[in-house]
Design a protein around this ligand. Structure first.
Ligand code: ADP
Ligand code: ADP
Length: 233
């Protein structure tokens, strides 16, 4: 579902590539963790999946990244909204409307769906994420875990097949982190969504993972496998 073929990314004005010769695959319906020390290129890899790299960052991407068969370099991120949903580290930076309900609806606006379909998808997503009671709330009044679930919900309404998240639990207390991880697990198990998530607090998330993609050090090839295999490296 996600495929990297010999991918190297070089940002403008930086001599060393941010990532080099990255090859891996994540099959459909798996939850994969992207791990490795700070600065190793995790955000760059996620950006290449969502199309933000290089469309919005500049620089050069060599090799090929495909998501559900679409080359992310030849599609604008907006053209990938129904394929890949992206949630950054800071949910507040993500929001463009005021209320929970409006935020879930906003993500579908460019898809040209009938109003009845959009309403149904908002309802279904509110239920899926346990947000039904908060539908009319101003986002600014929500807790961190609730905001993170709204951010996830807003990219789910286009029904993406792939979800990409950059350290979605890093700002959350353990209980809120559990809530977010349980939501992701439900997406994978019940809807067959493919999830790629960068994370540095492994102890929190490893139990949820089907696969680990480890970037051991800058420029090194990734180590990919089942969690127990990779963690033994
Ligand atoms: P991680 O997410 O693992 O911390 P990043 O992908 O953010 O790693 O960064 C990998 C390398 O690329 C770092 O050396 C970082 O400074 C550099 N980098 C990231 N984004 C940019 C950018 N937009 N322009 C120039 N260099 C960047
Ligand atoms: P429509 O495509 O017209 O919005 P529905 O809202 O009935 O139709 O959803 C179609 C199917 O998509 C349902 O079987 C539902 O379970 C499933 N679905 C719900 N949420 C998602 C999601 N986030 N990603 C993919 N499929 C989903």
């Amino acid at each position: 579902m996600i495929r990297f073929e010999d991918v190297s990314v070089t940002y403008d004005g930086v001599a060393e590539p941010a990532v080099r010769h990255v090859d891996f695959e994540v099959p459909e319906g798996e939850l994969a963790l992207l791990v490795g020390p700070s600065g190793v290129g995790k955000s760059t890899v996620l950006g290449a999946v969502s199309g933000l790299v290089p469309h919005f960052t500049g620089g050069t991407l060599r090799g090929r990244v495909t998501v559900a068969g679409r080359d992310t370099r030849t599609h604008r991120p907006r053209e990938l909204a129904d394929v890949v949903g992206t949630v950054g580290q800071d949910p507040l930076a993500h929001f463009v409307t005021d209320t929970v309900e409006d935020e879930l609806a906003y993500g579908m606006e460019s898809l040209g769906l009938a109003p009845a379909v959009m309403r149904r998808r908002v309802e279904e997503t509110l239920d899926l994420l346990g947000l039904a009671d908060l539908r009319g709330r101003q986002i600014g009044t929500l807790s961190g875990g609730q905001r993170q679930r709204v951010a996830i919900g807003s990219v789910l309404t286009p029904h993406p097949r792939v979800l990409v998240l950059d350290e979605p639990t890093s700002a959350l207390d353990p209980a809120a982190a559990e809530e977010v991880l349980a939501v992701l697990q439900r997406l994978v198990h019940d809807l067959g969504t493919t999830v790629l998530m960068a994370e540095h607090r492994l102890e929190r998330v490893i139990q949820y993972a089907d696969r680990v993609v480890l970037l051991p050090e800058p420029g090194a090839a990734p180590v990919v496998g089942a969690p127990a295999e990779v963690m033994a490296v």
